[in-house]
Design a protein around this ligand. Structure first.
Ligand code: ADP
Length: 893
């Protein structure tokens, strides 16, 4: 007994020798083992499981539950524990046996959970003491009968559903009155358009009185009378619906229903609604028409070959393609003979052999038309077979593809051209094919830009080669273009590339352009790129240097400003803003003029316009208003910067605060003016005393005394001249230098002065020859002062070199006087400045010449106040020529 052996196994493992088992258990097991009913027992507090042979059938194919024997029930039946536990509990708690009919207990068997149905009873088993110690289960598996019952019910349902929901409309009519007993969905909804409750139990012709006069009513009557079935195809019946009279197309059958005694009790009326079919038919016709049109449009010829008879049928288009007029009868032989011989024996022959194998006939071949022109045709055909599998005919199409060929060639040509274009393009271009971006074309520039060899790149997915690019972001950029068809571009894109083994950081401008096929589908990406590293770096350098300049300019205590080529001021440095308290907006559009002292504004604008018009340096002293409203003197200068063609690009200006200098100058002027005034009186009396002494000792023998007095007189004269000069300077400064103008003749004045000067300076020869008479209206003494000054300088600055040449000339309106020496000359740089107050040329040689630098200043003031001009032309080391001009005075006579 198998179960006992299991039990023994269990006893050895778990509970000791059988002899030691309680009697009650032994007795119960005895019953179980001999029973033909499947039984099992749960025993003891742990509900250890035992079962008999009869039960084994329910344990699956190998008759053994993998873990049930000798195991506690909970472990043995985990999958159904929740289901059986309440029943076990009921038994153990003394509430009697349970009875379960057709209970679904899914159990683990045959290696899986199976739905098993049981009819079972759970009954208590008592031990020696009368206490309930186990649960005996007697059970019968009823899975099969349950499923049988179910499938029966299902099949019944199925039949019912079949009738009720069949796509065929069905109704059962009973008795000669044709009472509607049953009508299915299809009948109700699509044919009758009625609700069930409106028709069931009613007579057909009462519900549809309109049928009375129709053929259907006659047929129904006929079937009822004769008992012969009737079939009708594509009939029309007319039924009244809510929407009016409706035409219904039907295939229908009327079958009599017989009673057991052979009498006719009713009719089954089945109908197939053709409306759908009619619509479908129309659709097919439409589709055929469309196909026909498509074939016509594609200029395709259609042909058919009977393989038994070699008979051939073809559309007119075939004749046209073969170069014949329609209609014409051609045999298959004639048609074949028009195929170009080498094609006929090559391609076409092979295509036919293939067709016998595959069922598909296809080739391209050349056709020779009767006029000897050659066209290219493409044929597609399909074999049809008889019931024995023997090929009987081929039906196919034929198309003239000569033009296709040409366009194909043109396409290839244009592609070749494109390739050439790309390869020679002045920018880097690559074409990446497909969603893996396989490199199809790449020009030299692109290879150089990426730093890769052609072998590395060609025909490989680009991201597999340029691994140094961030694979994710690059791929997502490419993917985006590929998927959306929208181009992408980036400029100054920084990347680090492995260029021939060297990592290099570069900037590139690039574009991803989607390549579309004729269906507007993206098939690749064209990458266009330019390496702009140099430009970027150069620009950065410029930007950096500009930034440096700005920083420098802003940290300068001077005002620095710039203007464009037209003179529009476009930049002021920080010092300017700090000083004026202006904002950037305030200075825009010429707003800066507000800071200039009202008295200086016009002159400022005038000078600035002069400079910008002429492209000449701008120098101007003016007062600028500080943020607190006080004005300070500034020396403004600006110089133009020109481009290669000489056009002014910009002006750079500076303004330096000269307030302190101005103030010092003023103090100096005041001092000079006071000092010279104060010195003038004692000097005049000194001069008087010396002259008295000189006349007293004129005839004295004391040579030293006489000589000393003479020297004193000369020095006093020099001092007097100097002080008179200083007084003149003060007067000029205060505007109190006055002139006593009169008419006089210039050449006589010059002669007079030359004679005087020659006496004082016997070492120098002064030449002047002009007998013409040039009249001017001027202050004779002051003009004399100018002449003396020029002659004195000529003598002073040409030591040892004798000759001084004086000339006077006139033009229509002016008189011009020049004084030329052969002395040390003046550097170009100083020629304008020597006319400024206290300006002396600071050279080695000049140091040896005494002076204050005011003579020329006074001279130029005098000449300007007479509406004349003064100037110099000179070369260093080669002497100077000073000149001045005055307006000629028309003589009255
Ligand atoms: P001063 O002669 O007293 O220095 P001026 O005003 O007369 O002052 O002249 C200004 C400067 O011009 C001189 O210091 C000198 O350098 C220069 N200068 C004037 N005349 C001549 C000349 N004939 N030759 C060379 N240098 C001259």
């Amino acid at each position: 007994m198998g179960a006992l052996i299991y039990a023994k196994d269990w006893s050895q493992n778990a509970a000791g020798a059988i002899e030691s088992w309680p009697q009650s258990l032994q007795t119960t097991l005895g019953i179980i083992l001999h029973s033909r009913f499947p039984m099992f027992l749960w025993w003891g507090p742990q509900l250890i499981s035992f079962y008999n042979d009869a039960y084994r059938a329910s344990l699956g194919e190998n008759g053994k539950h993998p873990k049930i024997l000798g195991k506690p029930a909970k472990e043995a039946w985990p999958e159904i524990w929740d289901l059986i536990k309440p029943r076990i509990d009921q038994v153990l708690s003394g509430n009697g046996a349970t009875w379960n009919e057709e209970m679904l207990v899914p159990i683990f068997r045959n290696g899986k959970i199976e739905d098993v149905y049981w009819t079972s009873s759970y009954s208590p088993v008592a031990d020696e003491t009368g206490e309930i110690a186990g649960v005996l289960v007697t059970c019968m598996e009823v899975t099969n009968s349950v499923s049988l019952k179910r499938s029966l019910a299902a099949s019944e349902n199925k039949f019912k559903n079949l009738v009720m929901y069949s796509p065929t409309a069905i109704t059962i009519l009973r008795g000669p009155e044709l009472t509607i007993e049953l009508a299915n969905e299809k009948m109700l909804k699509t044919i009758w358009d009625k609700k069930e409750e409106d028709v069931i139990g009613k007579n057909l012709l009462d519900v549809f009185p309109e049928l009375k006069k129709q053929e259907l009513a006659t047929l129904l009557n006929q079937v009822f009378k004769t008992g012969k079935a009737v079939k009708q195809y594509e009939c029309v019946a007319e039924i009244k619906t809510a929407a009016g009279l409706k035409k219904i197309y039907l295939d229908f059958e009327l079958n009599p229903l017989f009673e057991n005694d052979g009498s006719i009790s009713g009719i089954i009326f089945t109908a197939f609604d053709l409306s759908e079919k009619m619509r479908a038919k129309a659709k097919i016709e439409e589709a055929e028409e469309r196909l026909r049109l498509a074939v016509e449009a594609s200029e395709m010829a259609i042909w058919e070959i009977d393989l038994h008879t070699d008979g051939v049928k073809y559309s007119d288009r075939l004749l046209e393609i073969f170069g014949h007029k329609t209609p014409k009868k051609l045999t298959l032989r004639e048609i074949r003979r028009q195929i170009y011989p080498s094609d006929r024996n090559g391609t076409v022959k092979k295509a036919f052999a293939d067709a016998l194998q595959t069922g598909y006939y296809r080739y391209e071949a050349r056709i020779v038309k009767p006029d000897k022109t050659i066209v290219r045709v493409r044929t597609r055909g399909k074999l049809f077979y008889d019931e024995n599998g023997q090929p009987v005919k081929i039906i196919g199409t034929l198309r003239d593809v000569t033009e296709d060929e040409k366009t194909q060639q043109a396409l290839e040509r244009s592609e070749r051209r494109l390739r050439k274009l790309i390869l020679n393009a002045p920018v880097a271009i690559g074409i990446l094919n497909g969603p893996d971006y396989v490199v199809e074309i790449m020009n030299e520039l692109a290879l150089k830009l990426m730093g890769k060899t052609r072998e590395q790149m060609m025909n490989k997915p680009v991201l597999d080669v340029i691994t140094e690019l961030d694979p994710q972001s690059t791929k997502s950029l490419l993917d985006n273009v590929y998927n959306t068809g929208k181009p992408f571009s980036a400029s100054e894109f920084p990347v680090t590339l492995n260029r021939y083994g060297k990592m290099e950081s570069v900037y590139i401008n690039f574009e991803y352009l989607p390549l579309m096929n004729s269906q507007e589908k993206v098939y690749g990406i064209m990458v266009v790129g330019i390496d702009i590293t140099e430009q970027v770096l150069a620009r950065r350098k410029v930007e950096e240097s500009e930034a440096r300049f700005r920083l420098l300019a802003n940290s300068m205590p001077q005002f620095v400003w710039s203007a464009d080529g037209n003179g529009n001021v476009n930049y002021f440095n920080q010092a300017f803003f700090d000083y004026t308290g202006f904002t950037n907006e305030q200075i825009l559009n010429g707003g800066w003029i507000e800071m200039v002292h009202p008295d200086d504004r016009n002159e400022n604008l005038k000078k600035w316009k002069e400079s910008t018009d002429a492209g000449k340096d701008y120098i101007f002293e003016q007062r600028f208003r500080r943020y607190d409203g006080t004005y300070r003197w500034q020396l403004s200068r600006a110089v133009p910067f020109t481009d290669d063609t000489g056009n002014i690009q910009q002006w750079i200006g500076t303004s330096t605060d000269i307030q302190n200098i101005k103030e010092q100058e003023e103090q100096k002027d005041i001092f000079i003016s006071i000092a010279s005034h104060e010195l003038k009186t004692p000097l005049t009396s000194l001069k008087g005393y010396v002259q008295i002494l000189q006349s007293m000792y004129e005839k004295s023998e004391d040579a030293v005394l006489v000589n000393s007095l003479n020297r004193m007189d000369r020095q006093i004269a020099k001092l007097t001249a100097l002080i008179s000069d200083l007084l003149d300077v003060s007067k000029i400064k205060t505007g109190s230098l006055t002139f006593h103008k009169e008419e006089f003749e210039m050449n006589s004045l010059i002669k007079e002065l030359v004679e005087e000067m020659e006496m004082i300076h016997p070492d120098h020869k002064i030449f002047f020859e002009n007998d013409a008479k040039f009249f001017v209206y001027a202050d004779k003494d002051r003009i004399g002062q100018v002449l003396i000054n020029l002659i004195n300088n000529a003598i002073k600055y040409s030591p040892g070199k004798g000759s001084i040449l004086i000339k006077s000339t006139t033009d229509q309106n002016n008189l011009m006087v020049s004084v030329k020496d052969e002395g040390i000359g003046i550097d170009k740089d100083y020629q304008e400045k020597i006319f400024e107050r206290f300006y002396r040329v600071e050279g080695k040689s000049e140091k040896t010449f005494p002076g204050f630098g005011i003579g020329l200043f006074i001279a130029s003031e005098i000449i300007k106040r007479h509406s004349g001009n003064i100037g110099v032309s000179s070369n260093r080391g080669k002497g100077s020529r000073f000149y001045f001009s005055l307006p000629l005075h028309e003589k009255a006579d």
